[in-house]
Design a protein around this ligand. Structure first.
Ligand SMILES: [Zn+2]
Ligand SMILES: [Zn+2]
Length: 778
């Protein structure tokens, strides 16, 4: 196998050596993993495939399908629900297009009338648009249309009456297609395939919502006598059949053996050094991932390695591009022109121009926001640098998967941010490599999510006893509750929605309950976005810097009675993080496990919390500029929590001084919140914690970690299920951090309402040792 295509990355080991041998860089490369190449395996086109469609694929350069594409397509053709879970660029779309388009063309009437239909769902409008382009690119006679918030009335009518392949999103299904199902009767009657693309995006509360939208879809189809085959596609998720079953409620076959070819891939893990800055309580602060990324990008561009750097915000991407250009100017005045920023907000033609420059080699380096992760056509790259872990292994592999031209070698570099999760990962490659990517965590049983969908379903057609199992074991209890409060009415034919409102309006599927806060541009009154009620106090308080699709905004005011925050476009040189104080009371313990004398529990809690201030940190240095007080009301939340207790008798034997216990528990809490996203596929801002040396409800030292969403999003459950691995990783992060008394990379938390005080680093490690000593082995 050739290791270079075009210039490629040349010798991988040599390249990484050069990156790591710069002055002062000895300790930054913490790990280098080289994954071997994989030869592709192609098979014959299935006999049932439409010959013109096959000819179109061949003309587009797909001579024969890879084995995984053919297996998934075969299953779907036979009417079996299937999930294709293979890597980026492995050609997942062929797996559903082949059976769906073949069937659409086969089923047409004698005069070409519509016979079979397919519905394609993407998490974003942009991805649906890309699919539309790729379908049109086949050059076949296909009636295909998007149906989204931007579609004109005429286009919608045409899609309903004539389109054979409709591309939309779960939001439109929820708000428009399902409530108005009667108008779409002909479409539903002939619906053969439902494609759920990029299904790993449906997680957390959003995942729970989408799972119920899909159940409503199945129910509406059944009412028209249709039982479509579901085809799901995703970057490799752990246990794809389990995730797909939870999402659709159907038994789904998984196809996860990727048979597409790949070159060698080197993944380098990179930890920025401590700087001379000091942070809160004198803690050392690491160099920012963005600054480090600019250095690496400059080195790669100077070596003519085509590289894409992923940065969180637009400002960050522009900063990285500018610093890279400045560094290159010192080397060669011709080089700065070969680097650019690439971000959301560009016009399509601007994007196409940048993509073309990258393909031609006129550009060698791009700094992009993560918002571009989906569906944008950047190919021909040799290397990807990530400024910070993108949240999940699935997202990381998707970003790394952008590198590699054909079977050429590729390089991925993960640069750690100054937080516990990134610190853990760059020192524990085994948590990144060789593992399936994380399961999509969500809880379809969440009554706060289920209720509004049962109302919407009842409005679509009265709910009967026979419908309830579709919505899960908790459905009956929720229906009874909705009936008791008068939202549903029981009649002989079932439960009816009799309210005048549109029931679908009760659920905002992108938010997690409560009325979302609208972010309104001060000058124009335009609604830029929304934040859900749970997150509004911490992300939309006055003075907050809010990043939306890579753009930075400054919040001027927050009106909690109108649920409106007024924002202005700004590019401040700092970021903000809200700090909150929390109180917790146990409502009911659901289950527990005894770990020696210690105890691990899962249950319902009442949380009272209040955002009390926010910190401003200069970017990119991370230096703390100021902490400003806020005057926001306390809020309460009934949710799910996982907690652990260490009784006094165990503490007494351990030699831990009583005075050190509050700092030890507090430090363990912070770090465990930082690490839970590795096990529960959540964001550290989705969860919160409380620690205390003596909690009134447990009578002993207790550390709680709770879901920040009403009713819980499944995160605490995952923490409970993976407690041993989670808390072991927490302990590892604390002991392996090279700071002396604690820093943002281990035990300091940006959202701590107690100024990260007290914190006791050795105490936290000792406390976790006590707890884990009683944990059963695996
Ligand atoms: Zn540290
Ligand atoms: Zn704290």
């Amino acid at each position: 196998m050739s290791t270079t295509t075009g210039r490629g990355v040349g010798d991988l080991a040599d390249l990484v050596d050069r990156l790591a041998s710069g002055p002062g860089r000895e300790e930054r490369l913490t790990h280098l993993e080289v994954l071997g190449p994989r030869a592709g395996e192609s098979v014959d086109w299935p006999a049932w495939a439409d010959p013109e469609l096959v000819a179109a694929y061949v003309a587009a350069g797909v001579r024969r399908p890879w084995r995984h594409q053919a297996s998934a397509a075969q299953a779907a053709h036979e009417g079996r629900h299937v999930v294709v879970a293979t890597g980026t660029a492995s050609g997942k779309s062929l797996a559903y297009q082949l059976p769906a388009l073949s069937e659409i063309r086969r089923a047409r009437g004698a005069r070409g009338q519509r016979g079979a239909t397919a519905l394609y769902l993407a998490p974003t409008k942009a991805l649906a648009q890309d699919q539309l382009q790729s379908l049109r690119g086949l050059g076949l006679d296909l009636r295909v249309s998007t149906h989204d918030g931007d579609s004109s009335r005429e286009l919608r009518d045409w899609a309903r009456d004539h389109a054979e392949y409709v591309l939309t999103n779960p939001d439109m299904l929820h708000r428009s297609l399902l409530p108005g199902h009667a108008r779409w009767a002909a479409f539903w009657r002939s619906l053969r395939f439902v494609v759920v693309d990029e299904c790993h995006h449906y997680r957390g509360v959003f995942g729970a919502h989408v799972s119920h939208v899909l159940r409503r879809l199945r129910r509406v189809c059944a009412a028209y006598g249709a039982h479509p085959t579901f085809v799901l596609a995703s970057a490799t998720v752990a246990e794809p059949e389990v995730a797909a079953h939870r999402l659709t409620g159907l038994d789904v076959l998984a196809v996860s053996d990727d048979a597409s070819p790949r070159g060698r891939l080197a993944l380098a893990l990179w930890e920025p050094p401590f700087t001379s800055f000091t942070g809160e309580n004198g803690a050392p602060v690491r160099r920012s991932a963005a600054s480090e990324t600019a250095d690496l990008l400059a080195d790669l561009v100077a070596s003519d390695v085509r590289t894409l750097a992923f940065v969180r915000s637009r400002r960050g991407a522009e900063q990285v591009a500018a610093s890279t250009a400045a560094l290159l100017a010192e080397v060669d005045p011709a080089l700065p022109g070969r680097v650019a920023a690439y971000r959301g907000g560009y016009l399509p033609e601007e994007r196409r121009a940048i993509e073309a420059d990258l393909r031609s080699g006129a550009l060698a380096g791009l700094a992009a926001t993560n918002a571009l992760e989906l569906g944008i056509d950047i190919s021909g790259l040799d290397a990807v640098v990530m400024a910070g872990f993108p949240g999940t292994r699935a997202a990381m592999w998707q970003q790394v998967g952008r590198a590699g031209r054909g079977a050429g070698d590729a390089l991925g570099v993960l640069v750690a941010r100054d937080d516990p999760l990134d610190t853990y990962l760059v020192h524990h490659p085994e948590a990144l490599i060789g593992l399936p990517v994380e399961a999509s965590v969500f809880d379809p049983g969440n009554p706060y999510v289920l209720g509004p969908h049962l109302c919407a379903a009842a409005q679509e057609a009265p709910l009967t006893e026979a419908d309830l199992p579709l919505f899960g074991p908790g459905a009956r209890a929720v229906v009874d509750q909705l009936t008791a409060v008068g939202l549903l009415r029981r009649r002989p034919r079932g439960w009816f929605w009799t309210d005048r409102r549109r029931a679908a309006d009760l659920a905002d599927i992108r938010s997690s309950g409560g009325s979302p806060v609208q972010l309104v541009e001060g000058d124009t009154g335009r609604v830029v976005g929304t934040v859900d009620a749970a997150g509004a106090h911490s992300s939309a308080h006055p003075g907050a810097v809010y990043v939306h699709r890579g753009e930075s905004w400054l919040v001027e005011s927050l009106d909690l009675t109108e649920n409106v925050a007024v924002i202005v476009r700004a590019d401040p040189d700092y970021t903000t993080s809200a700090r909150e104080i929390t109180d917790i009371a146990v409502v009911a313990e659901r289950e527990h496990r005894d770990w020696g004398g210690c105890r691990l529990a899962l249950g319902e809690v009442d949380v009272r919390h209040q955002v009390v201030s926010f910190l401003k940190r200069r970017q990119p240095s991370g230096e703390v500029l100021a902490e400003e007080p806020l005057d926001l009301p306390e809020r309460s939340l009934r949710t799910t929590a996982v907690w652990w207790t260490v009784p006094e008798a165990v503490l007494a034997e351990s030699g831990l001084a009583t005075a050190d216990l509050p700092g030890a528990a507090h430090a363990a809490e912070h770090c465990s919140i930082g690490l839970l996203p590795l096990f529960a596929t959540c964001d550290r801002w989705d969860i919160g914690g409380v620690s205390t040396a003596l909690h009134p409800d447990t009578g002993t030292l207790t550390v709680f970690v709770y879901d920040g969403h009403p009713g819980g999003a499944g995160f605490a459950e995952r923490g409970y299920a993976a407690a041993r691995a989670w808390l072991t990783a927490t302990r590892e992060t604390i002991t392996s951090c090279r700071c002396l008394e604690g820093c943002p990379s281990c035990i300091q938390s940006p959202k701590c309402g107690n100024q990260n005080n007290p914190l006791d680093k050795p105490g936290a490690a000792a406390l976790l040792d006590l707890l884990l000593a009683g944990a059963p082995g695996e």
